[in-house]
Write a protein that binds this ligand. Structure first.
Ligand code: NDP
Length: 444
């Protein structure tokens, strides 16, 4: 058994019943084998063992009262995973599926993603099994206030700066920030994704989706190709999905399908994004309504069928493990040539192998969706400097960051004998900086 295998075996034994955490750690550590081979000192200083163990996990009770006067209790989490290169940074997810395994997989991925941005941010993640869907604004507010009443003592603009993720958008960030300010008496950049009227950054809302498309555009460009005329499938219909569609369409792509957790829409004429935005951002309704409003569009119950639609480019932007081996095979049969992960870990390990064996250009989440956190770091810089940058300025910085990440992971993959394997490239390029910082700071 080599060092990587031993670390993985121990991790699985010490953290049973955490399949998503095992999956993320397996993908990352396997990709790091060539690096570990060149750095025997990592084993002597138990660097990998320290890397996969969160610095701190905070778990807490979140009691709140619903509109009917009933007391509800949810679980709250913050995983402060690694602060070697900067304050912990990573989103909060509110979704009924949230548990410790999901928090830890997201936190581990976040360390490398944040490192890849080139900005000084460490890795963290948090959230709750609270489901904002179907709740009134006042219920969401009471929940957020209760959540922050515990979380506020663990975060700060120089220690840990949470942001949004699934189920946490502008509304939730507003309520969370209001309660933090009330408890601390400080108006500081402790959360990112804030509204523009209270310290937010232009282009943050668009950043993850736009960033994904900027990186894919660069990958296409390097192959003498482009988005123009390409058939694209984007899964999900939340923040990341909507802005990925917007940017891809602006570059001439024909986006034909999207979904929410109930089912998918197929519109061969190209998705009318204004209709999707009205349903999802304004009405907080179901994607099914799209087919009732747009002539010629179809709605199908269930999500999996979306991957049978022939396409050139697939951008999974909903959630973890949405593309399994079978779905990946369906995509390959349908002619997919490029896959870019907007969501975190949307492809299973089996699915990734299918894409790689079929020579599909595969851009993994920790690189491809880093635009969101990168722009959050730009929001932090604006907060510290008490300044505001224009949309164009932030967008231009975002594009430069995404193009740089693409070339960094491309170079790292080639340098370590895995040319074109961006999973390995992203893990290696992200890890080297963190490992260097951890080594410099001693055994901590
Ligand atoms: P949103 O809550 O805005 O949207 C999530 C979308 O995914 C919704 O359409 C939702 O459908 C769908 N979805 C959620 N769970 C499932 C499921 N089990 N099956 C099918 N569809 C599902 O979240 P975001 O757009 O912010 O996040 C999407 C992904 O991108 C996540 O993996 C997140 O971690 C990642 N990400 C987000 C960043 C950001 O800046 N927001 C940054 C980097 C990564 P429904 O409404 O029916 O639940």
């Amino acid at each position: 058994m080599d060092y990587v295998e031993r670390v993985l075996e121990t991790l699985k034994a010490k953290n049973p019943n955490e399949p998503e955490f095992h999956q993320a750690a397996t993908e990352i550590l396997n990709g790091l084998r060539p690096v570990v081979g060149r750095h025997p000192e990592y084993e002597k200083t138990a660097l990998l063992e320290r890397f996969v163990e969160p610095e701190r996990i905070i778990m807490f009770r979140v009691p709140w009262v619903d509109d009917g006067g009933n007391v509800r209790v949810n679980k709250g989490y913050r995983v402060q995973f690694n602060s070697a290169i900067g304050p912990y940074k990573g989103g909060l997810r509110f979704h009924p599926s949230v548990n410790l395994s999901i928090m830890k997989f997201l936190g581990l991925e976040q360390i490398l993603k944040n490192s890849l941005t080139g900005l000084p941010i460490g890795g963290g993640k948090g959230g709750s099994d609270f489901d904002p869907k179907g709740k009134s604004d006042m219920e969401v507010m009471r929940f957020c206030q209760s959540f922050m009443t515990e979380l506020f003592r663990h975060i700060g603009q120089d220690t840990d700066v949470p942001a949004g993720d699934i189920g946490v958008g502008g509304r939730e960030i507003g309520y969370l920030f209001g309660q933090y300010k009330r408890l601390r008496g400080e108006h500081v950049g402790v959360l990112t994704g804030r509204g523009l009227s209270y310290g937010g950054s232009l282009a943050r809302t668009e950043a993850t989706g736009y960033g994904l498309v900027y990186m894919m555009e660069e990958a296409l460009k390097c192959r003498g190709d482009g988005f123009k005329g390409k058939t694209v499938i984007v899964s999900g219909s939340g923040n990341v999905a909507i802005y990925a569609v917007q940017k891809a369409q602006s570059l001439g792509a024909n986006v034909v399908a999207m979904y929410d957790s109930n089912g998918y829409i197929y519109d061969k004429n190209g998705i009318d994004l204004a209709v999707v935005k009205q349903i999802k951002e304004v009405e907080r309704g179901r994607i099914k309504l799209y087919a009732e409003r747009v002539k010629g569009a179809e709605y199908h119950e269930g999500c999996k069928g979306i991957w049978n639609i022939p396409c050139d480019i697939a951008l999974p932007c909903a959630t973890q493990n949405e593309i399994d081996e079978e779905s990946a095979k369906a995509l390959v049969r349908g002619g997919v040539k490029y896959v870019g992960e907007g969501a975190n870990m949307p492809t299973t390990l089996g699915g990734i192998s299918v894409f790689q064996n079929a020579n599909v250009v595969f851009l993994p989440a920790k690189a491809a969706n880093a635009g969101g956190v990168a722009t959050s770091a730009l929001e932090m810089a604006q907060s510290s400097g008490r300044s505001y940058w224009s949309f164009e300025e932030v967008d231009a910085k975002l594009k430069t960051i995404m193009v740089n990440i693409y070339h960094n992971i491309d170079r790292a993959a080639a340098e370590y004998g895995a040319a074109g394997d961006y999973v390995a490239g992203a893990n290696i390029a992200g890890f080297l900086k963190v490992a260097d910082a951890m080594t410099a700071q001693g055994i901590v």
